[in-house]
Design a protein around this ligand. Sequence first.
Ligand SMILES: [Zn+2]
Length: 413
Amino acid sequence: MKMKQAAALLTAICVSLTMCLSDSGMDLRVSASLSSEKNELDSKKDQIEAELDQIEADLQATKDNIAQEEQYQASLTQKIQLNQEKLSVLEQEMSALSDELAEKEQQLTEKEAELSDKEAEIADTYETYKQRMRAMYMAGEVSVLEMLFEADSFADFLTNIEIMKAVSAHDADLVDSLEQQKSDLKNAQAQLEQTKEDLEAQQAAIAVSQQEINETNQQLQADYQESKTATQDLEQERLNFEANKEQRLKEAEEIDNEIQKLLAQIAAENSQNQNQGGSGIITEQGFLWPLPGFSNVNSPYGWRWNNSDFHTGVDLGGSGVYGANIVAAKSGVVVSPMTHWSYGNNVVINHGDGYVTLYAHCSQVLVSPGQTVNQGDVIALVGATGNVTGPHLHFEVYYNGVRQDPAAFISYS
Ligand SMILES: [Zn+2]
């Protein structure tokens, strides 16, 4: 069968499914239920696809949120790293200050020792000075006279006195000089103490900076942790959406499979209808009942209405016949014309063995002139076109151009 016909056939089946529900044959009833099942599956599939669209949108939004959080985390990490670099610099400054402080401490200790030495030296010198002074005093009481007698001359005597005075003066100068040195040492010590205090103040300032940076970093770490937790939640959400998506895709696939199965069932039924002519049978003359599922003969061939009208064929039909499949009673080639004032839309088939059949009043013709059809192929749908009072199939049989009574050639059972 040609594609165009196949498509037309599907349309025909759909129409007949809805039109022939009430009293059509068993096969068509089954088709109707298959068809409604298929409609149900189609709408289920539509629903799942709408859900999938929503899930996809949610998924994308979640992914965007995750990307934002990750960007935020990267900026936090950068800030934390910068602060850590600052801390590292401060650590180095701290360490340098500590070294300097240790050095000053060492110098102070040294100064302390020097001072101690100086004080001892001063004490010694002062002792010596005192002894000399005492000796000179005693010489003043006793020996000045002796020095006078022992001196070779007065001049010599004066010289002796001067020497003694000079010695004591030298001692006094020495003590003064040592006192001065001690005072210098004290000053140096005070300066060192001051430097040390400055260094300690610098260290304290650095410690404050360190404390501040550490606090900032703690806040940044907390923010980072919070963002991480948010990301984990989002990640879980994403996984849920993915799982949901997976589930819906699986459902959609299952429904697709069911639809395929149904389509196969419908196709199988259709082909059965075509091949076996629904409930009709093939007679000894080789003709198939042309209206599957409808066994009523509404009007037979011959004179009717008190011989006022000769009926040139048989009228087949029944309740709900409109749109039902009309099948080729025998294989052959479709002949034109397809429309007629009385027959309406019609199909004429030349079977090539002297027989010609005609199918009239169709709602729709599904074949074209010149087309070859097989016995049982759906060629048209029942309608009420032309000169009729209601929907039915008007069927005629010709042999060598002469009308025959179709009842002699076809049988429903
Ligand atoms: Zn008729």
